[in-house]
Write a protein of this length. Sequence first.
Length: 121
Amino acid sequence: MARAGVSLVKAFTRGVRRKCPCCGQASAFRGYLKVVDTCPSCETPLSLYPCDDGPAYVTMLLVGHLVIAPAFLLHLFYTYPLEVVLPTMVVSMAVLTLVLLPFVKGAFLSLLWYLGLRTVR
């Protein structure tokens, strides 16, 4: 199912770039994570797509796999003292989460837009 002639890959790419999934011209966010009510370019009502908790869950899942799994595979927990490894892991996970969250939220918004899963108002 293509929405407005936009393929899923194109909508997803626009979402990762934090642009409107419909037109790809205007920003879909007015701040760090706040979705605009309507797209200023194509008037798509982006605030109707509920992307609140899903992106946070996906981001935590990604960060956990990108940080914790390599730490176990590279034996960081067994080689270095816990007083060094634990703060390093916590800080790296926090920074990576804050960096990835807006992009994951944009991708999540574009997926919801493509599938037509919006709240009824």
